[in-house]
Design a protein around this ligand. Structure first.
Ligand SMILES: *Cc1c(COP(=O)(O)O)cnc(C)c1O
Length: 463
């Protein structure tokens, strides 16, 4: 079902197409490079959601984030349906919206039955404005401000309490009805993408130390203004290994068992997010269904062996839910050939719309949207337009011979691109469109120069 590598087709941009174009419920978006609706049309152009990418750029400008609604909805359904199928208790999948928080994304995800996890007042405000029910919103953060806590309490969402300071603040802010909280714990399981550590103590800024569980449970059980409904943990991101989340689920059930000794009725368990995605042909993450099923089965069997009633099971994927549904289209401009060293090809965006390569040395793949079946026989370094030598989008990428005006597409940019974007060098942020069945709708307007100076103020004496 999944495209096999090394590619069996010719070495062209088409190698990245899902083998069967069109939506198939059993293709896991996080195991693909291009959105599920990707096709090459009769002009040899890349098409997403029935829209020619080069036409979208003509219509909406460049660079452009293009979000494929069908791929996003498929990922939502795969999470949602797997939890419903394999977990006998109640379940709720939340979207970790820090991956890409805006009105349209929140609305699409919520319409698939998912809740939203937010990490700031701004993300919370956006989710509320998108019409997401506060009953399905969870607020995270290791240093929530008083204003953020008040907004959360007034809106009625659940607060995932991170530390003692916050617990005390919440007691001080107590209202007539008890505040609905969960407790975030540091499980002593840490994942860097390709290694996995299991320790008693952990160097993390997030969450309570599980060794303090006795004091935390005792304190919480004595506070009538706090309604502690659940426990939360999150172990990392872009994880391909199966074992860390299995271990996490087992550890969390032990905490659940301990909580009952303090008279606390904990009914929700949130195992966090972290499932990885395919950014390059060598990435091999588990599918959404495989990951979800493993979590359901481990929590279920651990609860059965501890003789505990099944908690409501939550998870909160970000990257694996949205990354593959978006591509970024750029226009190619200048190039510089340094004989025997490398050729730089520059595009009209870079670290301001995708800070992941410069921040995390993340690796991406790209295609040329108007040369999809041309052989990729050039190796170039794709540079951004920012005044930083490190502003490189992709080092040594295989592309067909390019020319100024070609439309270059970087794949799998739905997560932590727009949400981490900046105006560095005073570049206006790109527009974003959502595409489906040949229709494209604006979801983020391109910023203008006026937007860039909107918050500037020139004091009288400087005029
Ligand atoms: C970032 C984050 C997530 C989502 O992580 P992904 O790797 O994008 O799935 C979930 N929960 C918490 C608390 C997070 O901080």
């Amino acid at each position: 079902m999944v495209v096999t590598f090394p590619p069996q087709v010719e070495n062209s941009g088409s190698q990245y197409l899902p083998e069967n174009t069109g939506i198939k419920a059993d293709i896991s978006p996080n195991q693909q490079l291009l959105p599920l609706t990707a096709k090459v049309n009769q002009h040899d152009h890349l098409e997403i959601g029935g829209c020619d990418v080069t036409t979208l750029v003509k219509q909406f400008g460049s660079p452009l984030y293009i979000l494929d609604e069908a791929t996003l909805r498929t990922a939502c359904k795969q999470y949602h349906n797997t939890f419903k199928e394999y977990y006998k208790g109640e379940s709720q999948v939340l979207y970790a919206s820090k991956a890409w928080n805006c009105l349209a994304v929140c609305a699409i995800v919520a319409s698939e039955g998912l809740g939203i996890d937010v990490v700031s007042g701004g993300e919370l405000y956006t989710a509320l404005q998108a019409g997401v029910s506060p009953a399905k919103i969870y607020l995270h953060g290791n240093n929530k401000s008083r204003d953020e806590l008040i907004l959360a309490i007034e809106s009625g969402c659940t607060i995932v309490v991170d530390n003692w300071y916050e617990l005390h603040n919440l007691v001080g802010l107590s209202t007539d009805s008890a505040v609905r909280i969960m407790l975030r714990l540091t499980p002593g399981i840490e994942c860097h993408t390709h290694e996995y550590i299991r320790t008693g103590h952990l160097d993390s800024k997030f969450g309570f130390d599980p060794n303090d569980l006795d004091q935390v449970f005792t304190f919480v059980s004595q506070q009538p203004s706090l309604n502690c409904v659940g426990l939360h943990a999150h172990i990392g991101s872009q994880i391909f290994e199966r074992q860390p989340h299995r271990d996490l689920a087992a550890v969390m059930v032990e905490w659940l068992r301990d909580a009952s000794k303090y008279g606390l009725t904990i009914t929700e368990l949130n195992v966090g997010g972290g499932l990885g995605i395919k950014y390059t042909e060598s990435d091999d993450p588990p599918s959404i269904a495989e990951w979800s099923r493993a979590i359901c089965e481990i929590v279920q069997s651990a609860c059965e062996s501890e003789n505990l009633p099944l908690p409501k099971l939550l998870c909160e994927p970000g990257r694996s839910l949205i990354a593959t549904s978006c591509i970024t289209a750029y226009t190619i401009g200048s190039s510089k050939e340094i004989p025997d060293i490398r050729t730089y090809v520059s595009v009209d965006g870079g670290m301001s719309d995708n800070p992941r390569p410069i921040t995390y040395q993340s690796v991406y793949r790209a295609v040329v949207a108007n040369k999809m079946s041309a052989a990729c026989n050039e190796t170039v370094t794709l540079a951004g337009k920012h005044c930083e030598s490190g502003d490189i989008l992709i080092k040594n990428v295989q592309l067909p011979k390019t020319a100024p005006g070609d439309i270059l597409v970087v794949m799998a940019t739905g997560a932590y691109n727009y949400s981490m974007s900046s105006n560095y060098n005073r570049l206006p942020r790109p527009a974003a469109v959502v595409v489906t069945n040949g229709e494209a709708n604006l979801i983020l307007q391109r910023e203008t120069y006026q937007d860039l100076i909107r918050q500037d103020y020139l004091p009288e004496r400087l005029k």
